[in-house]
Write a protein that binds this ligand. Structure first.
Ligand code: SER
Length: 595
């Protein structure tokens, strides 16, 4: 039996004996990274160091990091996926590489002084190689050297054994470690490749020696790094011989509290059990999100919106268990108590956590009442319909305008002897979902490499420049390319002749004027067609998704773009065009800096 607290502290202690500095995990809200809403992996806060910046604590680090991963927020709550989880990680920033990383992992897992797992129940995978990087025989050799038999090593493709946090940024082949969850001992020849269901991943060692600059370009990083991640919840589950994280000490006390507020006994009904799990997961995630040092409150945008969805979903599932009033503070209190030692911020922010939860719960209960009231008002009309079918559009209106969940509309309809045209509702809902999903995905999948503040500033500046060029030279100007570093921007655009000194001066002045106006930069997600109709500039010939992000800078510019951008133009500084020259036939190039 290993408790989560013991696993966390044993891990830190082991790597301390291997000269790793213990660093503290970071906020759930990423620093200087407008492309993601939450810290999604243990390595996320370490990206700048993996890219080469020296870390103040040295080259060997160990930590535990709280993470939130929601992906598609409409699927949050699937009992197999946790919204909020902890990752244990050890890091080498250009220090040790494959050999030591593998030796450390093996010692920690199997040594009698540490976890003392049965080596016969462990297997590994390594990268089989592709156009980007060779087959990882080196890792396989090191595994064999510590005693892993050949038949417990599976060579798998990039989909399994290549790790990257986003479409750009540090990445590399990984080697993953699995624990046997089947009956007895694994038979000869069994590994993740031959018998995937019976092997559960517990640890991922990534050998980060590449940086993906763009879709076509993979460059070597200045140093060979190691990034490992051990999912705490999953590891505690398998090491204790359980099949679900909800059976472990991590969730049992939270579930007990939900049982006591609802009067429902977990285990008596599969549908209600799933509601209990969703509440337990969402309340834990919400408690961590609100309780973060950079605490987020429920709102209609960004991380606050994800939080709102989590809380409301928990409340809805509470009603399925028969709970009428507010109930979230009891299980949230258990989370604070249970995790307060490892995350003291939860204790410090207890009041804020409880206050935010109670307010949001009350607000949502009011929403539910309002929705019910609206339904009552529609009722006489609905009852006149001889087919007793409520239109899907009307049900969607209740959802869209009042936030009233479809399941509840269905319940009310049924109570009055009616059904809902569900196909029509689903269609309206799907359309709406495509829009929000596009927004969420584009945010979650944002690139990590180009996250520096300076690069983001240059990115926003190119939008100002693009518009200013069209104002001064004419509407034939179209962006032909752009290349941004933290030092300068380069912008290629169609124009038949060299710009005159006066034209350059005017463009520069217009851009600086917009910077001086400190215009807000806002983003909206919409179908591409609407974006075009709204007059947003889009690159001709560029392939876009059917739903896109549109960035608007005050009343000055509107462009289809993936972001990220600064929040206001005032932070950009002074814009100076350094050079205007030919790039190719009919295309000019401007090089400019911010001072
Ligand atoms: N970055 C890897 C992961 O998240 C290992 O830490 O799995």
């Amino acid at each position: 039996m290993i408790t989560p607290d013991a696993l966390r502290s044993t891990y830190l202690e082991f790597f301390r004996t291997k000269d790793h500095a213990v660093i503290s995990g970071k906020s759930l809200i990423p620093e200087n990274d407008p492309t993601v809403l939450f810290t999604t992996a243990g390595m996320h806060p370490l990206v700048p160091y993996l890219l080469g910046e020296p870390h103040p604590a040295g080259k060997r680090l160990v930590d535990y990091q709280k993470c939130v991963r929601t992906g598609d927020i409409d699927e949050v709550g699937d009992p197999a996926h946790l919204t909020c989880f902890e990752m244990l990680g050890n890091w080498s920033l250009g220090d040790y590489f494959k050999k030591d990383s593998i030796a450390y992992s093996w010692e920690f897992l199997t040594s009698a002084d540490w976890l003392a797992l049965d080596p016969r129940k462990l297997s590994v995978t390594v990268f089989m190689g592709d156009d980007n990087a060779p087959r990882d025989e080196e890792s396989a050799t090191h595994w064999k050297a510590v005693g892993v038999p050949d038949d417990r090593i599976a060579y798998l493709p990039a989909s399994d054994n290549w790790w990257a946090a986003g479409p750009t940024g540090p990445c590399g082949p990984d080697t993953e470690i699995f624990y046997w969850v089947g009956e007895g001992l694994p038979p000869a020849g069994s590994n993740k490749g031959t018998d995937p269901d019976n092997w559960m991943e517990i640890w991922n060692n990534v050998f980060m020696e590449y940086n993906r600059v763009d879709e076509k370009t993979l460059v070597k990083l200045p140093a060979q790094n190691v990034d490992t991640g051990m999912g705490l919840e999953r590891t505690v589950t398998v090491l204790n011989g359980k099949t679900s994280v909800y059976q472990t000490e991590i969730f049992q006390p939270v579930i007990a509290s939900i049982e006591s507020v609802s009067g429902y006994a977990y285990g008596s009904d599969p549908v209600k059990d799933s509601s209990v799990r969703i509440i337990a997961d969402h309340i834990r995630a919400s408690t961590f999100i609100i309780g973060d040092p950079k605490g987020v409150s429920p709102s209609n945008v960004g991380a606050g919106y994800v939080l709102r969805r989590l809380i409301r979903r928990a409340v809805r599932h509470g009603r399925k268990l028969g709970i009428e009033g507010s109930f979230l503070s009891a299980p949230a209190g258990v989370v604070v108590e249970r995790f307060g030692a490892a995350y003291p911020e939860l204790v410090e922010n207890r009041e804020r956590i409880m206050g935010d939860l109670e307010r949001e719960e009350a607000k949502f209960l009011e929403t539910l009442q309002k929705g019910e009231h609206e339904f009552e008002k529609m009722l006489p009309n609905l009852l006149r319909n001889p087919q007793k079918v409520m239109s899907g559009r009307l049900a969607f209106k209740l959802y869209d305008t009042y936030g009233f969940p479809i399941e509840l509309t269905e319940e009310l309809a049924a109570e009055n002897g009616m059904t809902i045209n569900r196909a029509e509702f689903d269609e309206a809902f799907k359309k709406h979902q495509e829009l929000s999903r596009a927004g969420a995905e584009q945010t979650f999948k944002g690139g990590l490499a180009d996250q520096s503040e300076q690069t983001t500033k240059y990115h926003t500046t190119t939008h100002l420049l693009h518009k200013a060029l069209r104002m001064v030279l004419g509407d034939h100007v179209a962006q032909k390319g752009s290349n941004i570093t933290a030092e300068r921007l380069r912008f290629d655009f169609s124009h038949p002749a060299p710009m005159t000194a006066d034209e350059i001066a005017r463009v520069q002045a217009i851009v600086n004027e917009q910077i001086g106006r400190n215009l807000p930069v806002t983003m909206e997600v919409m179908p591409l067609e609407d974006a075009r109709n709204s007059g947003a500039m889009a690159l001709f010939g560029e392939k876009y998704e059917s739903v896109v992000k549109v960035y608007t800078i005050g009343d000055f510019s509107k462009e289809v773009c993936g972001g990220p951008h600064v929040e206001r133009t005032g932070v950009l500084g002074r814009f100076v065009i350094q050079k205007e020259q030919s790039s190719s036939a009919g295309v000019r190039r401007i090089r400019a800096v911010l001072e």
